[in-house]
Ligand binder design. Structure first.
Ligand SMILES: Cc1cc2nc3c(=O)[nH]c(=O)nc-3n(C[C@H](O)[C@H](O)[C@H](O)COP(=O)(O)OP(=O)(O)OC[C@H]3O[C@@H](n4cnc5c(N)ncnc54)[C@H](O)[C@@H]3O)c2cc1C
Length: 386
């Protein structure tokens, strides 16, 4: 790359996606600056369930990319980088209604077609899991999935030589031309070779035509304590339907109960069509806790110590936006991961780094990634250029 740049690449956003891209680029020897208006994992990446789940992904490119990202996350854990952050654990998916039972049938078909690392190891009644309420009509146990708190992964990625952190520093505008990109930070301008826009739900503030909508979710954390020895996440099958076109209004809340390494339980997470993370929606929290304690009664003895909300970046067609802008190829979008960003972050970081280095076409994921290109929203108009 040219030497008159301040950095080879600027990453806009220190969430898990930006952090993963930064790590892959720094590892390839590029000089990377990561800019965030607040700090690392300040937005969705610090407020998520952290499930590395293939089962919950919509069939097609996203499920295939998630399956590959799960394997790659494990590889990074074995290599030491994500060792503390990533934990493999079983996933239990339960059904208490006809719609949820059908969702489990569809899940089995989807996982068979994927032939990836996640497999069904049992399919039966509530009796398959000690402590589960008998109101559960069917329970599937999966092996191969995992859990990774977003903030832990972000810190692991960013504490790497070759990455310059720059926060709190808000990007005001971005100008791209044929030789580089100028990033306006208000007090200074940076000249870089490429910019990766990993801005999550804030993407439209700099790229107004990107169809990203905020979608809030409520999360609850319990006190530490023995709550019946749940070894993995316990997820309502309604969660699988929440990402499809099937209406979930008639269903029970799509609750997930996740045992944390600390001995606490994380209970989440709803989907609301707004972006206000400053308030907890107590009615939704009540519904989540009611269903969680109905299926896992030992939770009733547990204290809730925290309730909070996070905001996902949802895209109008349900797919993330990843790839160079058609008319400003030095700007690469990596945004709109809604409820899948923790799971997809490892693979997307690697693939976006290849796009910056212009070798992405050799990737075995080129076809699936092409479906995520921002070109599907933009025609001839140059986006993101002031
Ligand atoms: C309640 C909830 C539960 C979830 N559960 C899961 C789950 O179980 N599994 C899963 O895979 N995913 C889950 N997700 C989704 C996951 O958290 C996100 O997809 C992921 O964190 C997105 O990461 P990101 O890096 O794209 O965005 P973010 O983490 O939102 O990062 C964007 C960053 O950009 C910065 N920024 C914005 N504007 C500017 C600007 N102008 N200048 C500088 N910096 C700026 C922000 O400060 C922020 O740090 C959940 C999300 C929520 C809210």
């Amino acid at each position: 790359m040219e030497h008159n740049y301040n950095y080879d690449v600027a990453i806009a956003g220190a969430g898990i996606v930006g952090a993963s891209v930064a790590w892959h680029l720094a590892k390839a020897g590029l000089r990377v600056v990561v800019i965030d208006q607040t700090g690392p994992a300040a937005a969705a990446s610090g407020a998520s369930d952290g499930a590395i789940s293939v089962a919950s992904k919509v069939q097609g490119p996203i499920a295939r990319l998630a399956s590959a990202s799960l394997l790659y996350t494990e590889e990074l854990a074995r290599a030491g980088l994500l060792l503390k952050a990533f934990k493999r654990r079983p996933s239990y998916i339960f059904a208490t209604s006809v719609e949820e039972i059908t969702a489990l049938d569809n899940l089995i078909v989807k996982l068979q077609a994927l032939a990836g690392p996640v497999r069904v190891v049992s399919d039966g009644s509530a009796k398959m899991l000690t402590g589960l309420s008998e109101q559960v009509e069917r329970l599937i146990t999966l092996e191969g999935e995992g859990h990774m708190p977003g903030h832990q992964a972000v810190l692991a990625y960013l504490t790497t030589p070759g990455i310059t952190p720059l926060w709190p520093s808000k990007i005001k505008s971005i100008n791209s031309d044929s030789t580089g990109v100028t990033v306006d930070l208000g007090t200074q301008n940076l000249r870089v070779g490429y910019l990766v826009a990993a801005l999550g739900v804030s993407t439209p503030s700099l790229f107004p035509t990107m169809p990203i909508l905020p979608r809030a979710g409520q999360l609850i954390v319990t006190d530490r304590g023995p709550v019946g020895g749940l070894q993995g996440s316990l997820t309502a099958a309604a969660y699988l339907l929440a990402k499809t076109e099937i209406s979930v209004k008639s269903l029970q809340p799509p609750v997930v109960i996740d045992p944390l390494g600390t001995g606490q339980y994380l209970i989440g997470s709803s989907r609301e069509n707004h972006g206000d993370s400053t308030k907890v929606d107590f009615e939704t929290v009540r519904l989540l806790l009611t269903r969680a304690s109905a299926v896992w009664p030992a939770l009733r003895a547990q204290r809730v110590i925290r309730a909070f909300s996070g905001v996902r970046a949802a895209v109008s067609d349900g797919m993330p936006i990843v790839g160079p802008l058609p008319d400003a190829k030095r700007i690469i979008m990596a945004t709109g991961f809604e409820g899948d960003g923790i799971c997809l972050s490892a693979l997307i970081g690697r693939e976006v780094a290849l796009m910056v280095r212009d070798v992405a076409s050799q990737s075995e994921f080129a076809t699936d990634l092409a479906a995520l290109s921002p070109a599907r929203f933009l025609s001839a108009r140059q986006e993101g250029v002031a």
